[in-house]
Design a binder for this molecule. Structure first.
Ligand SMILES: Nc1ncnc2c1ncn2[C@@H]1O[C@H](COP(=O)(O)OP(=O)(O)OP(=O)(O)O)[C@@H](O)[C@H]1O
Ligand SMILES: O=P(O)(O)OC[C@H]1O[C@H](OP(=O)(O)OP(=O)(O)O)[C@H](O)[C@@H]1O
Length: 217
């Protein structure tokens, strides 16, 4: 039997992904978030789930170490990985935004410093606007940067806005939306197509069905 490897990140997207797979009969009974194990076989042994960092999902899939994966669109925009983005899964919704203290006037600054976990998304956004900036790469707790004078503003993902609010920051500019995507290795899509394509179709049908249910609720 051909084994299909799925790369998944522990954290925000894991539970919904595992629930989604279960709803189409791909069950990982052994999986639980607290485990330190990094590889789990599905109950029918056909699928193998590997647990990686959220920002590494696309790298594993691009290089064929995993055949498919679930990654946030934010990470795909940042990594530019050469993978097929096959389905918008509709969960993990958030948006990119430029944020800072309320009185921040980026237009009035010659070369503002923008801190972000997403240096490429940040640089591309301001380049497109024709605005010179200095990008400062951080790995987390980005909201701190404008509070302690490391940067003039940040680019980060916002969902409820709670983190910004609690730190006295506001959205200065809305950017692009993000949600979880099912991605696929380009070679696996062909060579393992017989197993992967039905899986993709089943996921697609399930997403459509739950979108329909939501619309009718
Ligand atoms: N606040 C949020 N609301 C909704 N979706 C989010 C939010 N934060 C992140 N996401 C989405 O979930 C994905 C995974 O986020 P998660 O927090 O699990 O990983 P991470 O930010 O890399 O954290 P860690 O550094 O702890 O591994 C992100 O790439 C993004 O698409
Ligand atoms: O608008 P909200 O609902 O408050 O969500 C946004 C927050 O969630 C993410 O951080 P995460 O929790 O991944 O922590 P991190 O800063 O350590 O990456 C993001 O970087 C924001 O800080």
């Amino acid at each position: 039997m051909e084994v299909i490897k799925i790369a998944l990140a522990k954290g925000r997207l894991a539970e919904k992904s595992v629930d989604l797979f279960e709803s189409i009969g791909v069950v990982f009974s052994q999986f639980h978030e607290e485990s330190r194990k990094l590889i789990f076989k599905s109950d029918h042994q056909q699928f193998e789930m590997i647990l990686v960092k959220a920002t590494d999902v696309a790298t594993y899939v691009e290089n064929g170490a995993a055949d498919i994966g679930v990654a946030g669109k934010d990470t795909l925009l940042e990594s530019e990985a050469d993978v097929y983005e096959v389905i918008d899964l509709g969960f993990g919704k958030c948006r990119f935004a430029v944020a800072g203290k309320e009185d921040t006037d980026l237009n009035g600054m010659i070369k503002p410093r923008i801190a972000s976990k997403y240096p490429k998304v940040t640089t591309d956004y301001f380049e497109q606007k024709g605005k010179q900036i200095e990008t400062i790469k951080l790995n987390g707790s980005v909201e701190l940067a404008p509070l302690v004078g490391l940067s003039d503003a940040i680019v980060d993902i916002v969902e409820t806005g709670g983190t910004l609010k609690e730190n006295g920051l506001v959205v200065l500019e809305d950017m692009v939306q993000s949600s979880a995507r099912l991605i696929c290795n380009k070679a696996s899509f062909k060579t393992k197509g017989e197993s992967i394509q039905p899986f993709i179709e089943n996921v697609q049908d399930m997403i459509k069905q739950s979108e329909g249910e939501k619309a009718n609720a």
